[in-house]
Design a protein. Structure first.
Length: 255
């Protein structure tokens, strides 16, 4: 079967993401979980969007039960919200939640980064450099998001316990669906991070990371605030229009 190679995020559909992921997993359930997660993180499914629960089982050729189980797992990861009557939607974050997540990221990632810098060896730096190079060769957003996830998991696994790594990856996953709109597949943040690691100075690396994360948090807060304002304005406009239409109907009946 011919693989699909979209050139950018706008060309990527859920079906194409399934196609490029088809042979990378041991089971269909593992593939479905990874594809849905990546679709959320890369923006194929946007914050607040309802997930197509009728379509997903057909797309992955599985029953509804595994899909429900996957969505519950994504809910526990902070990516999905389950509603009694609406089904599952991509979880939206408020500006205050963005700030809280980044404060927690700063605390745990600077802690982990210091341990990584203190224990990393030359072979591990070479391995990370290879993973960094792979990121630059990927031409579509969803694949880049998945490759970046592999890079940072490998990076923080050096010198840190699995609990620390899993916590970092969960915090990163919760904001990735927003950061993909601020960055792009040409981003070189991972290379800048490696440059600091090569200096073997934990405090210098941690200071750079904290500054970087605070700058990103500020940009995300502005982005989410603007989106909320736009949504509120649209809702007010819709309600005003609906009210005028109803009033017009009553006037017509009165005549």
């Amino acid at each position: 079967m011919t693989s699909v190679e979209p050139t950018d995020q706008s060309d990527m559909s859920l079906e194409q993401l399934v196609e490029v992921s088809r042979h990378n997993f041991r089971t269909v359930e593992e593939m479905a979980a990874s594809v849905i997660r990546t679709a959320i993180e890369s923006g194929i499914f946007e914050p607040g969007e309802r997930l197509p629960q009728d379509r997903l089982p057909r797309l992955f050729a599985v029953s509804r039960m595994p899909i429900r189980s996957i969505l519950r797992q994504l809910e526990s990861e902070g990516l999905v919200e389950m509603h009694a009557h609406r089904g599952a939607t991509v979880r939206s974050l408020s500006p205050d939640e963005i700030s809280d997540l980044y404060e927690m990221r700063i605390m745990i990632e600077t802690f982990a980064l210091r341990k990584t810098v203190a224990t990393i060896d030359d072979d591990q730096i070479d391995q990370l450099t290879e993973l960094s190079g792979q990121l630059q060769s990927i031409a579509y957003e969803a694949g880049w998001v998945e490759a970046r996830r592999r890079f940072y998991r490998a990076f923080y696994s050096i010198g840190n316990t699995p609990r620390v790594v899993s916590t970092i990856m969960q915090f990163r996953a919760e904001v990735t669906r927003y950061t993909t709109e601020l960055t792009n597949i040409q981003s070189h943040t991972h290379e800048a991070l490696l440059d600091r690691v090569r200096l073997r100075n934990p405090d210098l690396a941690a200071a750079w990371l904290e500054t970087h994360l605070r700058e990103v948090a500020q940009g995300l807060r502005a982005q989410v605030t603007a989106l909320q304002t736009q949504q509120t304005t649209s809702l007010i406009t819709e309600e005003s229009s609906s009210s005028r239409n109803e009033r017009g109907g009553f006037d017509a009946q009165a005549e």
